[in-house]
Design a protein around this ligand. Structure first.
Ligand code: ATP
Ligand code: MG
Length: 567
């Protein structure tokens, strides 16, 4: 195509709300345009990139024998009531009514719709397994839409759902999807890692997220330096750390007026936070309270906490009045010596000795506290986020933490939806069986942003060839003044088109500096410059976006030169 036929609204400055580089560059390169919070239009160049991603996803999904379908964005409430998620899903689910007053929602995901389809059309185990996918717009009313299309409210997702007669068949397709995702992200040229993710009710290794490694990532993922273990922080287990050493200190009371936080306690008493204990009180599932106890420098892992026996789900911090009533003190002074509520102690806190904690009395703390001697009744559990330096849960090596952007998620659902919605088939023995299901998502538009996070420099985007909006840009100098340059540029453009190269001819009446800057901002992988000077030598100038050198190429060989580069 020629630049004169395309809208490519590049700009020098990014808007103030663009905090991360991919957001800034997508706006500056004219790939997207903001409509409202979390809503973006894809302009011609942006859409070309999105469609390239879609093409790779589609080819690999087809190769895995998944079948493409397309489901409606709007979904009737009845389906969501059947699955129980009309109540469960919360405000991310955008609900509305049609003209007859019937409830609907904008699909944030499509388990209900596909299960409904499977229920209608799948009758016998002989038809299974089957895997359906679509590439379609989702709506999620995100509490904090940000980072452009990275976390938007409307976005394009590839979602797939597989149906199986048993868990073994589900596990097999899950492996095929794992490999398919690796093939997709390899082809997209991303530096990514599959990591173990929280697998909800099913447990085991039945869920993986695919993370693109980038400092701007919203997720923390941990890796072992001694094995290929990788997991989302939410999911990574921490190991028991053995028994505490024998007490050496007497239990005593320290006056701590107006001390509210661990930092305040440490400053006042002049001790490090890893010798203190903090106690968080949450609602129990029987109306009583449960105390969750952590080492002062550790963070509660809410996913783990919600799974502890006796803790209410979803996890809810107890309100202060209730705590005051049960324990006789405010939040800042809660401690572990004989509180009248159940104590669940994180492994790392359970191995401390001679530690400091609240006294269950306002403005007082206890020092020289020891488990067993001072507080016999507690259970130890894994409650905290893993931290750098912890032993790897697989027993090999130590943990390192990096930031990741979740671009894909695969999940063994089991029979959660088929049980709720009665999606069954006739099994081999003639009895009806609820189908096992898997679901597999890729954030197509997030992939574009994630790729830019990994591929850019101070002049702009450096698209990998696989998803670049064009493979080659021809930049003629004085196109509108020199008829020789115009002829050479037009001819080369035509030769490239004939060879199937996706080529952009920059025929604008712009200064060369602007054309160079735009081609670099847009990240087009290959550039040919044609000028009178190069023409005098029978050459064109070639430069790859990702390399500094400029090379003279014989004009007559230029198109083939690019073909060889695109191999
Ligand atoms: P997150 O933890 O980032 O909110 P999620 O767990 O809600 O993601 P899934 O429901 O597994 O995501 O959705 C599948 C994929 O869709 C994600 O891996 C991600 O790539 C993409 N995705 C999810 N939410 C958004 C969003 N708000 N904007 C863009 N892409 C998204
Ligand atoms: Mg989400």
């Amino acid at each position: 195509m020629k630049s004169s036929d395309l809208l490519i609204p590049t700009v020098k400055e990014a808007p103030n709300d663009a905090k991360i580089i991919s957001h800034q560059l997508m706006i500056r390169a004219g790939l997207i345009s903001k409509l409202a919070s979390g809503l973006y239009s894809y302009l011609p160049m942006g859409l070309r990139v999105v469609q390239k991603v879609e093409k790779i996803v589609r080819e690999e999904m087809n190769k895995s024998l998944a079948q493409e379908v397309l489901m409606p964005v709007s979904q009737p409430a009845e389906l969501w009531q059947e699955s129980g998620r009309w109540e469960e899903y919360g405000p991310e689910l955008l609900r509305f009514q049609d003209r007859h007053g019937r409830d609907f929602c904008m699909g944030p995901t499509h388990e209900e719709v596909i299960t409904n389809i499977a229920k209608q059309y799948l009758r016998s185990y002989k038809q299974l397994p089957m895997n359906f996918y679509q590439i379609q717009t989702k709506f999620r009313d995100e509490i904090r839409p940000r980072y452009g299309v990275m976390r938007s409210r409307e976005f394009i997702m590839k979602d797939a759902y597989s149906f199986h007669i048993d868990e073994a068949s589900l596990a097999e397709t899950y492996q095929v999807m794992h490999q398919t995702y690796c093939n997709i992200f390899d082809r997209l040229g991303l530096n990514y890692r599959p990591v173990l993710a929280d697998s909800g009710a099913i447990g085991g290794d039945s869920s993986h997220e695919f993370h693109v490694l980038a400092d701007s990532g919203e997720d923390a993922i941990c890796f072992s330096d001694g094995s290929d273990y990788a997991a989302n922080i939410e999911r990574a287990e921490t190991l028991p750390q053995g028994d505490p050493s024998a007490p050496t200190q007497e239990l005593s009371v320290a006056e701590t007026p107006n001390v509210k936080t661990i930092d305040d306690v440490c400053t006042l008493l002049g001790i490090p936070s890893n010798t203190t204990i903090k106690t968080l009180v949450v609602d129990g599932d029987d109306g009583n309270l449960v105390a969750l106890v952590l080492r002062g420098d550790h963070e509660l892992n809410e996913v783990k906490a919600a799974k502890i026996d006796g803790v209410a789900q979803p996890l809810a911090m107890a309100d202060e009045e209730k705590v005051q009533k049960a324990l006789g003190c405010a939040f800042g002074s809660i401690g572990v010596v004989n509180p009248p509520i159940k104590l669940v102690v994180d492994y790392a806190a359970a191995c401390l000795s001679d530690f400091v904690c609240g006294a269950n009395e306002d403005d007082k703390h206890l020092t020289g506290v020891n488990w067993h001697r001072d507080t016999p009744d507690f259970v130890a559990a894994d409650l905290r986020n893993i931290v750098a330096g912890d032993p790897s849960p697989d027993g090999k090596g130590k943990i390192e933490i990096k930031r990741g952007i979740e671009v894909g998620h695969i999940f063994q659902l089991g029979t959660k939806y088929s049980d709720a919605m009665n999606a069954n088939v006739v099994g081999e023995n003639g009895k009806s069986v609820n189908m096992n299901m898997g679901c597999y998502g890729i954030g197509v538009t997030r992939v574009v942003a994630a790729s830019i996070e990994q591929n850019h420099d101070d002049r702009g985007i450096i698209f990998p060839e696989a998803i670049a909006p064009f493979q080659l840009v021809i930049v003629p100098i004085n196109y509108n003044k020199s008829s020789r340059v115009k002829t050479l540029a037009d001819d080369l453009y035509q030769q490239c088109l004939d060879k199937g190269i996706e080529v952009l001819l920059d025929n604008r009446k712009e200064r060369p500096g602007i054309m160079f800057a735009d081609s670099e901002l847009l990240g087009i992988p290959h550039r040919m410059v044609i000028s009178d000077t190069h023409a005098d030598n029978g050459n064109v100038e070639y430069k790859a976006r990702n390399a500094p050198e400029k090379i003279e190429v014989i004009y007559g060989e230029a198109a083939d030169f690019i073909v060889s580069k695109l191999a």
